[in-house]
Design a binder for this molecule. Sequence first.
Ligand code: AMP
Length: 175
Amino acid sequence: MKLEQAIKQTIRDVADFPKPGILFKDITPIFYDQKLCSDIVDGFISKMDHKPDAIVGIESRGFLFGFLMANKLNIPFVLIRKSGKLPYKTTCYEYDLEYGSSKIEIHEDALQKDWNVLIHDDLLATGGTAEAAAQLVKKLGAKVAGFNFVVGLEFLNGRNKLINHSNNITCLVQY
Ligand code: AMP
């Protein structure tokens, strides 16, 4: 079975989570299937033009495949977390949400200047979170080499927010 088909068959749609009107794409059943996980990691890696210097994963579902990819590529994995979770000195970035705002952080020594960094999350919706991650990467003096996601909700046009940072945007499955 093709990877895209296998992922789509495994992801579970949960209606009205976390609030009414949202159709939540639940990727947790993917992690019950070891072969599918390793096919996803290989699928991501096969779509990379160049090996990045590091992969940044966005809390929390971005840690899962982000770390597996980095480990397989023998490169560092760096965590971006919500404000107040990282223990060492951090650099932060605040961005607007539909209602209110959110703040994310990265350890200030996590990336070296001029590194080419790939940003990973489980899902691209409006692109606000991944765009904020790109701003953090740049604040540390590194470059955004691209973005990858398991799922892209293309009808929300999240790509438009990311294209200023890199047009190397991969979604393994799209809706
Ligand atoms: P956004 O900043 O709008 O691109 O939202 C992306 C973040 O919100 C990702 O970390 C996703 O895990 C989560 N997210 C947004 N919409 C959904 C959805 N429909 N299903 C699952 N996760 C979602």
